[in-house]
Unconditional design. Structure first.
Length: 77
């Protein structure tokens, strides 16, 4: 019974937190709506470039360059 209560509480807490802070979050990210079109275009461009890099085999070169330029990335996980 204790496990069921802990599971239920763990499942409910994120939803309760979201319900409590959704309006605050909405106000904080309202400025993103002005930039959403540009951000979507940039994200799409990044996806296309990465797809081309995967198809041409350049993604491993890019990953190696990133690790040599930013060594802290190798410790992230």
């Amino acid at each position: 019974m204790l496990y069921l209560a802990a599971y239920s509480l763990g499942l409910a807490l994120p939803f309760l937190g979201t319900a409590l802070f959704i309006e605050h979050f909405r106000q904080r990210v309202r400025w993103l709506s002005r930039w959403s079109r540009l951000l979507r275009a940039l994200a799409g461009l990044v996806l296309v470039v990465m797809g081309v890099m995967v198809l041409t085999g350049r993604m491993t070169l890019f990953a190696s360059w990133m690790l040599s330029t930013f060594p802290v990335l190798g410790r992230l996980g």
